[in-house]
Ligand binder design. Structure first.
Ligand code: T3D
Length: 258
């Protein structure tokens, strides 16, 4: 792929956005390659996915240099539906943990991409910039849903309207990232989580992801019933039986993701 690098480390895969000269800004090719890469994750039975950026940025959002050639009646709605939305829904539909390893600035749809991931580890030098408001656009790629759910409505609107860059320290305080590490510690911190998750009971982990996101739209009674349905699936897995047996045997479980 021209715009991405793909690296496997056991059952964990890293997708690196690889346009460092443009801060990994998202052009057409990158969105379509990312869509394909997400489909491959499912096919290749990857058990944990990491998304990161090459160079000094995570991702600067839409490639603004490439929009200059667009015609006056450019169809933005179609562009979002065909380019960005499948990426965001593709990440959410993966029933494995997806970690954003945020190696530098995340702006616009680049920040949305990080927010679409399940867990975020950021370097202390990263900053987060909504960017949409500065060019007269609406936050997209899920940001109008993910952001208020993480930080509350007032902060989400402040981010969208005032638009001051959010430093990593504040992002941690506001719950926008799970962990902040020094730049030279990002690879190790990410690998520790990715390897632990990839060695986990993948089916139960994936169903947990589904349950947590579905819960946003459910009443307590609906959610209790949904949990019962999902436990009916998790309880039939080989990994559940292995987990119980390992407890009885006083040894570490060996989960196979089945
Ligand atoms: O259009 C549609 O289809 C709808 C979809 C929209 C989704 C969106 O994401 S809209 C939002 C688009 N993104 C932005 O508006 C962010 C623009 N960039 C910035 O605000 C800043 O560059 C950053 C905050 C990201 C980083 O600032 P800084 O000071 O660290 O770096 P810089 O000096 O501004 O940029 C360095 C280079 O990267 C520079 O190139 P040069 O001058 O060295 O050749 C700059 O032009 C380039 N760059 C940064 N962002 C983009 C970009 N090139 C293309 N597209 C970018 N988004």
């Amino acid at each position: 792929m021209d715009t991405l690098r793909i690296d496997d480390d056991g059952a964990a895969r890293t997708i690196t956005l690889n346009r460092p000269d443009d801060l990994n800004a998202i052009n057409d090719k990158l969105t379509f390659e990312l869509q394909d890469a997400l489909k491959a994750v499912r096919k290749d039975k990857v058990r944990c996915l990491v998304i990161t950026g090459a160079g000094r940025a995570f991702c600067a959002g839409q490639d603004l240099k490439s929009v200059q050639g667009r015609s006056g009646d450019f169809d933005f709605a179609d562009a979002l539906r065909t380019r960005y939305n499948p990426v965001v829904s593709g990440i959410r539909a993966l029933e494995i943990p997806v970690i954003a390893a945020i190696n530098g600035v995340a702006a616009g749809a680049g920040w949305s991409l990080a927010l679409a991931c399940d867990l975020r580890i950021s370097v202390s030098t990263a900053k987060f910039v909504s960017a949409f408001g500065k060019i007269g656009l609406v936050p997209d790629s899920g940001m109008t849903q993910t952001l208020p759910r993480l930080v509350g409505m007032a902060r989400a609107l402040e981010i969208a309207w005032i638009g001051d860059p959010i430093p990593a320290k504040t992002a941690l305080e506001w719950g926008l990232v799970n962990k902040v590490v020094e730049p030279d510690g990002l690879a190790e911190a990410t690998r520790n989580w990715a390897q632990a998750l990839a060695a986990g009971p993948t089916k139960g982990i994936g169903l947990t992801k589904r349950a947590m996101y579905v819960a946003w739209n459910n009443s307590l009674d609906q959610q209790l019933d949904y949990e019962a349905q999902l436990q009916g699936i998790a309880g039939q897995t080989r990994d559940y039986r292995e987990g119980v047996q390992a407890f009885i045997d006083k040894r570490n479980p060996e989960f196979l993701g089945e």
